[in-house]
Design a binder for this molecule. Structure first.
Ligand code: P6P
Length: 332
Protein backbone atom coordinates (compact mmCIF):
# COMPACT_ATOMS: atom_id res chain seq x y z
CA UNK A 1 0.00 0.00 0.00
CA UNK A 2 1.78 3.18 -1.10
CA UNK A 3 1.73 5.95 1.50
CA UNK A 4 -0.72 8.63 0.45
CA UNK A 5 1.06 11.95 0.79
CA UNK A 6 -1.47 14.56 1.75
CA UNK A 7 -1.86 17.38 -0.76
CA UNK A 8 -1.44 20.97 0.39
CA UNK A 9 -5.15 21.46 -0.13
CA UNK A 10 -6.06 18.53 2.12
CA UNK A 11 -3.47 19.65 4.69
CA UNK A 12 -4.94 23.16 4.89
CA UNK A 13 -8.48 21.82 5.30
CA UNK A 14 -7.34 19.49 8.10
CA UNK A 15 -5.40 22.30 9.78
CA UNK A 16 -8.25 24.80 9.33
CA UNK A 17 -9.22 24.33 12.96
CA UNK A 18 -5.70 25.33 14.06
CA UNK A 19 -5.85 28.71 12.29
CA UNK A 20 -6.48 31.34 14.95
CA UNK A 21 -8.75 33.29 12.59
CA UNK A 22 -10.65 30.47 10.96
CA UNK A 23 -12.56 32.82 8.70
CA UNK A 24 -10.94 30.95 5.83
CA UNK A 25 -9.32 34.22 4.76
CA UNK A 26 -5.84 32.97 5.67
CA UNK A 27 -6.59 29.73 3.81
CA UNK A 28 -7.54 31.66 0.69
CA UNK A 29 -4.39 33.74 1.13
CA UNK A 30 -2.12 30.68 1.32
CA UNK A 31 -3.94 29.20 -1.69
CA UNK A 32 -3.36 32.40 -3.64
CA UNK A 33 0.36 32.28 -2.86
CA UNK A 34 0.52 28.61 -3.82
CA UNK A 35 -1.10 29.29 -7.20
CA UNK A 36 1.18 32.26 -7.89
CA UNK A 37 4.13 30.03 -6.98
CA UNK A 38 3.15 27.55 -9.68
CA UNK A 39 2.91 30.32 -12.29
CA UNK A 40 6.31 31.77 -11.35
CA UNK A 41 7.80 28.27 -11.23
CA UNK A 42 6.74 27.71 -14.83
CA UNK A 43 8.57 30.85 -15.99
CA UNK A 44 11.64 30.31 -13.78
CA UNK A 45 12.07 26.80 -15.16
CA UNK A 46 12.00 28.20 -18.70
CA UNK A 47 14.64 30.80 -17.75
CA UNK A 48 17.34 28.55 -19.20
CA UNK A 49 15.81 29.25 -22.58
CA UNK A 50 16.10 32.99 -22.05
CA UNK A 51 18.48 33.36 -25.02
CA UNK A 52 15.77 31.94 -27.24
CA UNK A 53 12.91 33.69 -25.46
CA UNK A 54 14.73 37.02 -25.21
CA UNK A 55 16.22 38.71 -22.14
CA UNK A 56 14.70 41.52 -20.16
CA UNK A 57 14.10 44.68 -22.18
CA UNK A 58 14.21 42.80 -25.49
CA UNK A 59 11.35 41.25 -27.43
CA UNK A 60 10.90 37.49 -27.16
CA UNK A 61 10.03 35.23 -30.07
CA UNK A 62 6.34 36.07 -29.62
CA UNK A 63 7.28 39.72 -30.04
CA UNK A 64 6.31 40.40 -26.40
CA UNK A 65 8.46 42.57 -24.18
CA UNK A 66 10.56 40.16 -22.15
CA UNK A 67 10.46 41.07 -18.48
CA UNK A 68 13.11 40.56 -15.84
CA UNK A 69 11.91 37.53 -13.91
CA UNK A 70 11.82 39.35 -10.58
CA UNK A 71 9.61 42.04 -12.12
CA UNK A 72 7.45 39.31 -13.63
CA UNK A 73 7.23 37.40 -10.33
CA UNK A 74 6.29 40.61 -8.51
CA UNK A 75 3.42 41.22 -10.95
CA UNK A 76 2.16 37.63 -10.67
CA UNK A 77 1.99 37.70 -6.86
CA UNK A 78 0.47 41.17 -6.69
CA UNK A 79 -2.11 40.42 -9.40
CA UNK A 80 -3.12 37.17 -7.67
CA UNK A 81 -3.58 38.85 -4.32
CA UNK A 82 -5.33 41.97 -5.66
CA UNK A 83 -7.72 40.12 -8.00
CA UNK A 84 -8.88 37.84 -5.21
CA UNK A 85 -9.32 40.76 -2.82
CA UNK A 86 -7.88 38.73 0.02
CA UNK A 87 -5.59 41.29 1.61
CA UNK A 88 -5.89 44.99 2.44
CA UNK A 89 -2.27 45.75 1.63
CA UNK A 90 0.94 44.44 0.03
CA UNK A 91 4.57 45.49 0.44
CA UNK A 92 7.17 44.13 -1.95
CA UNK A 93 10.92 44.41 -2.43
CA UNK A 94 10.09 45.47 -6.00
CA UNK A 95 7.75 48.32 -4.93
CA UNK A 96 9.04 51.55 -3.34
CA UNK A 97 5.85 52.03 -1.31
CA UNK A 98 3.16 49.66 -0.01
CA UNK A 99 0.06 48.95 -2.11
CA UNK A 100 -3.30 49.67 -0.48
CA UNK A 101 -6.16 47.44 -1.66
CA UNK A 102 -9.53 49.09 -1.05
CA UNK A 103 -11.58 46.10 -2.24
CA UNK A 104 -14.20 44.57 0.02
CA UNK A 105 -14.64 47.97 1.71
CA UNK A 106 -11.26 47.51 3.40
CA UNK A 107 -12.82 44.63 5.37
CA UNK A 108 -9.84 42.31 4.66
CA UNK A 109 -7.77 41.61 7.76
CA UNK A 110 -4.32 40.67 6.40
CA UNK A 111 -1.31 42.41 4.92
CA UNK A 112 1.39 40.53 2.99
CA UNK A 113 5.06 41.48 2.62
CA UNK A 114 6.95 39.69 -0.12
CA UNK A 115 10.31 39.27 -1.78
CA UNK A 116 8.93 37.93 -5.06
CA UNK A 117 12.14 36.45 -6.39
CA UNK A 118 15.04 36.50 -3.95
CA UNK A 119 18.44 35.78 -5.44
CA UNK A 120 17.19 36.47 -8.96
CA UNK A 121 20.76 37.24 -10.11
CA UNK A 122 21.34 33.47 -9.78
CA UNK A 123 18.83 32.69 -12.51
CA UNK A 124 21.35 33.37 -15.30
CA UNK A 125 23.63 30.70 -13.82
CA UNK A 126 20.82 28.21 -13.14
CA UNK A 127 21.09 28.37 -9.34
CA UNK A 128 17.96 27.99 -7.19
CA UNK A 129 15.99 31.11 -6.30
CA UNK A 130 13.00 31.68 -4.06
CA UNK A 131 9.94 33.70 -3.09
CA UNK A 132 9.66 34.78 0.56
CA UNK A 133 6.37 35.89 2.14
CA UNK A 134 5.28 37.27 5.50
CA UNK A 135 1.68 37.72 6.70
CA UNK A 136 0.29 39.95 9.48
CA UNK A 137 -3.15 40.91 10.69
CA UNK A 138 -3.60 44.65 10.18
CA UNK A 139 -3.47 46.70 13.41
CA UNK A 140 -5.30 49.79 12.15
CA UNK A 141 -9.11 49.98 12.04
CA UNK A 142 -10.74 47.44 9.71
CA UNK A 143 -12.82 49.28 7.14
CA UNK A 144 -10.25 52.07 6.76
CA UNK A 145 -7.39 52.10 4.20
CA UNK A 146 -4.24 50.32 5.39
CA UNK A 147 -1.41 52.50 6.70
CA UNK A 148 2.38 52.10 6.98
CA UNK A 149 1.89 51.09 10.63
CA UNK A 150 0.25 47.86 9.46
CA UNK A 151 3.54 46.93 7.75
CA UNK A 152 5.96 48.14 10.44
CA UNK A 153 5.02 45.48 12.99
CA UNK A 154 7.71 43.48 14.83
CA UNK A 155 8.24 40.03 13.28
CA UNK A 156 6.81 38.30 16.37
CA UNK A 157 3.35 39.54 15.24
CA UNK A 158 3.44 37.45 12.04
CA UNK A 159 0.48 35.07 11.71
CA UNK A 160 2.19 33.09 8.92
CA UNK A 161 5.37 33.12 6.86
CA UNK A 162 7.10 30.92 4.35
CA UNK A 163 9.01 30.56 1.13
CA UNK A 164 8.81 28.86 -2.22
CA UNK A 165 12.14 27.45 -3.39
CA UNK A 166 12.46 26.98 -7.17
CA UNK A 167 15.20 24.37 -7.05
CA UNK A 168 15.77 20.87 -8.36
CA UNK A 169 12.18 20.55 -7.24
CA UNK A 170 9.79 23.33 -6.35
CA UNK A 171 8.71 23.38 -2.72
CA UNK A 172 6.53 25.61 -0.57
CA UNK A 173 7.62 25.66 3.09
CA UNK A 174 5.49 27.65 5.53
CA UNK A 175 4.18 27.92 9.06
CA UNK A 176 1.03 29.42 10.55
CA UNK A 177 2.69 29.26 13.95
CA UNK A 178 2.16 25.56 14.56
CA UNK A 179 5.32 23.92 13.19
CA UNK A 180 6.88 24.15 9.75
CA UNK A 181 5.71 21.97 6.87
CA UNK A 182 7.19 21.47 3.40
CA UNK A 183 5.23 20.60 0.26
CA UNK A 184 6.79 19.47 -3.01
CA UNK A 185 5.17 20.36 -6.32
CA UNK A 186 4.42 17.61 -8.80
CA UNK A 187 4.70 19.79 -11.91
CA UNK A 188 3.05 17.17 -14.10
CA UNK A 189 -0.28 17.68 -12.33
CA UNK A 190 0.34 21.02 -10.57
CA UNK A 191 -0.26 19.59 -7.09
CA UNK A 192 1.86 20.18 -3.99
CA UNK A 193 2.28 17.10 -1.75
CA UNK A 194 3.25 17.13 1.95
CA UNK A 195 6.82 15.83 1.64
CA UNK A 196 8.45 17.33 4.77
CA UNK A 197 6.04 17.27 7.73
CA UNK A 198 7.04 19.16 10.91
CA UNK A 199 10.49 20.34 9.76
CA UNK A 200 12.97 20.84 12.63
CA UNK A 201 16.65 21.79 12.75
CA UNK A 202 18.73 18.74 13.78
CA UNK A 203 20.14 18.91 17.34
CA UNK A 204 23.60 19.79 16.03
CA UNK A 205 24.64 21.76 12.96
CA UNK A 206 28.02 21.84 11.18
CA UNK A 207 27.37 23.95 8.10
CA UNK A 208 28.20 27.65 8.10
CA UNK A 209 26.94 29.82 5.25
CA UNK A 210 28.50 33.25 4.77
CA UNK A 211 30.13 35.18 1.94
CA UNK A 212 33.73 34.94 3.14
CA UNK A 213 34.72 37.36 0.38
CA UNK A 214 33.59 40.07 2.81
CA UNK A 215 35.76 38.67 5.64
CA UNK A 216 38.01 41.74 6.04
CA UNK A 217 34.92 43.95 6.48
CA UNK A 218 33.24 41.79 9.16
CA UNK A 219 32.96 42.73 12.86
CA UNK A 220 35.66 41.11 15.06
CA UNK A 221 33.15 38.73 16.64
CA UNK A 222 32.14 37.34 13.23
CA UNK A 223 35.79 36.88 12.21
CA UNK A 224 36.43 35.00 15.46
CA UNK A 225 33.40 32.75 14.91
CA UNK A 226 34.53 31.87 11.36
CA UNK A 227 37.99 30.99 12.71
CA UNK A 228 36.31 28.93 15.46
CA UNK A 229 34.47 26.91 12.77
CA UNK A 230 37.70 26.39 10.83
CA UNK A 231 39.83 25.20 13.79
CA UNK A 232 40.73 21.50 13.61
CA UNK A 233 38.84 20.08 16.63
CA UNK A 234 37.14 16.68 16.85
CA UNK A 235 33.86 18.34 17.89
CA UNK A 236 33.98 20.73 14.95
CA UNK A 237 33.68 18.89 11.62
CA UNK A 238 32.39 22.13 10.08
CA UNK A 239 31.89 22.67 6.38
CA UNK A 240 31.25 25.90 4.47
CA UNK A 241 28.29 25.98 2.08
CA UNK A 242 27.12 29.27 0.51
CA UNK A 243 25.29 29.49 -2.78
CA UNK A 244 24.22 33.11 -2.65
CA UNK A 245 20.51 32.34 -2.44
CA UNK A 246 19.07 32.88 1.05
CA UNK A 247 16.10 30.57 0.55
CA UNK A 248 18.27 27.68 -0.65
CA UNK A 249 20.98 28.17 1.97
CA UNK A 250 18.33 28.38 4.72
CA UNK A 251 16.41 25.36 3.40
CA UNK A 252 19.53 23.17 3.31
CA UNK A 253 20.62 24.33 6.77
CA UNK A 254 17.19 23.62 8.29
CA UNK A 255 17.30 20.06 6.95
CA UNK A 256 20.99 19.27 7.55
CA UNK A 257 21.81 21.64 10.43
CA UNK A 258 23.68 24.89 9.97
CA UNK A 259 23.85 28.65 10.33
CA UNK A 260 23.42 31.31 7.67
CA UNK A 261 24.74 34.76 8.37
CA UNK A 262 24.87 38.05 6.52
CA UNK A 263 26.61 40.35 9.02
CA UNK A 264 26.98 44.09 9.03
CA UNK A 265 30.18 45.17 7.27
CA UNK A 266 32.15 48.39 7.24
CA UNK A 267 30.59 49.00 3.81
CA UNK A 268 26.99 48.10 4.86
CA UNK A 269 26.53 48.85 8.58
CA UNK A 270 23.12 47.10 8.60
CA UNK A 271 24.10 44.22 6.35
CA UNK A 272 22.31 43.51 3.09
CA UNK A 273 19.15 41.57 3.93
CA UNK A 274 15.82 43.34 4.31
CA UNK A 275 14.22 43.01 7.77
CA UNK A 276 10.56 42.93 6.78
CA UNK A 277 10.40 40.45 3.90
CA UNK A 278 13.64 38.46 4.23
CA UNK A 279 14.82 38.35 7.87
CA UNK A 280 11.45 38.30 9.67
CA UNK A 281 9.77 35.48 7.68
CA UNK A 282 12.93 33.32 7.81
CA UNK A 283 13.28 34.07 11.54
CA UNK A 284 9.62 33.08 12.10
CA UNK A 285 10.25 29.73 10.38
CA UNK A 286 13.61 29.20 12.14
CA UNK A 287 12.08 29.61 15.61
CA UNK A 288 9.19 27.28 14.80
CA UNK A 289 11.67 24.72 13.56
CA UNK A 290 13.57 24.86 16.87
CA UNK A 291 16.22 27.29 15.61
CA UNK A 292 17.12 30.90 16.37
CA UNK A 293 17.48 34.20 14.50
CA UNK A 294 19.42 37.20 15.76
CA UNK A 295 20.97 40.44 14.55
CA UNK A 296 24.07 39.42 16.51
CA UNK A 297 22.74 40.78 19.80
CA UNK A 298 18.91 40.82 19.72
CA UNK A 299 16.12 38.50 18.61
CA UNK A 300 15.18 39.44 15.02
CA UNK A 301 11.45 39.03 15.73
CA UNK A 302 11.60 41.64 18.54
CA UNK A 303 12.98 44.43 16.31
CA UNK A 304 10.45 47.26 15.84
CA UNK A 305 10.79 48.30 12.18
CA UNK A 306 10.94 52.00 11.28
CA UNK A 307 11.15 51.75 7.47
CA UNK A 308 9.66 49.41 4.87
CA UNK A 309 12.97 48.48 3.24
CA UNK A 310 15.30 48.71 6.21
CA UNK A 311 18.15 46.19 6.41
CA UNK A 312 19.35 44.15 9.40
CA UNK A 313 22.41 42.03 10.16
CA UNK A 314 21.13 38.43 10.11
CA UNK A 315 22.35 35.29 11.91
CA UNK A 316 19.95 32.36 11.59
CA UNK A 317 20.01 28.59 12.08
CA UNK A 318 20.69 26.01 14.77
CA UNK A 319 20.16 27.57 18.20
CA UNK A 320 23.55 26.38 19.55
CA UNK A 321 25.35 27.85 16.53
CA UNK A 322 23.60 31.24 16.78
CA UNK A 323 24.26 31.24 20.55
CA UNK A 324 27.96 30.60 19.90
CA UNK A 325 28.19 33.38 17.33
CA UNK A 326 26.38 35.80 19.68
CA UNK A 327 28.89 34.93 22.42
CA UNK A 328 31.74 36.07 20.12
CA UNK A 329 29.82 39.23 19.18
CA UNK A 330 29.09 40.09 22.82
CA UNK A 331 32.71 39.41 23.83
CA UNK A 332 33.84 42.03 21.33
P1 P6P B 1 26.14 38.31 -1.59
C1 P6P B 1 20.40 37.48 -2.94
O1 P6P B 1 20.71 38.69 -3.61
C2 P6P B 1 20.50 37.76 -1.45
O2 P6P B 1 19.55 38.70 -1.08
C3 P6P B 1 20.33 36.47 -0.66
O3 P6P B 1 19.44 35.60 -1.27
C4 P6P B 1 21.74 35.92 -0.63
O4 P6P B 1 21.98 35.09 0.50
C5 P6P B 1 22.59 37.19 -0.56
O5 P6P B 1 21.82 38.23 -1.14
C6 P6P B 1 23.87 37.03 -1.36
O6 P6P B 1 24.58 38.25 -1.22
O7 P6P B 1 26.57 39.70 -1.22
O8 P6P B 1 26.84 37.27 -0.75
O9 P6P B 1 26.23 38.00 -3.07
Amino acid sequence: MTKHNKTLGEFIINKQSEFKYSSGELTRLINSIRLAGKIVNHEVNKAGLVDILGTAGEENIQGEDQQKLDVYANEVFIKNLVNREIVCGIASEEEDDFISIQGNNNENKYVVLIDPLDGSSNIDVNVSVGTIFSIYRRITLVGTPVTIEDFLQPGKNQVAAGYIVYGTSTMIVYSTGHGVNGFTLNPAIGTYYLSHPNMQFPDKGYIYSVNEGNYVHFPKGVKEYIKYCQEEEEDRPYTSRYIGSLVSDFHRNMIKGGIYFYPSTSKSPNGKLRLLYECNPMAFLAERAGGKASDGFNRILDIKPTELHQRAPFFCGNKDMVDKLESFMKKN
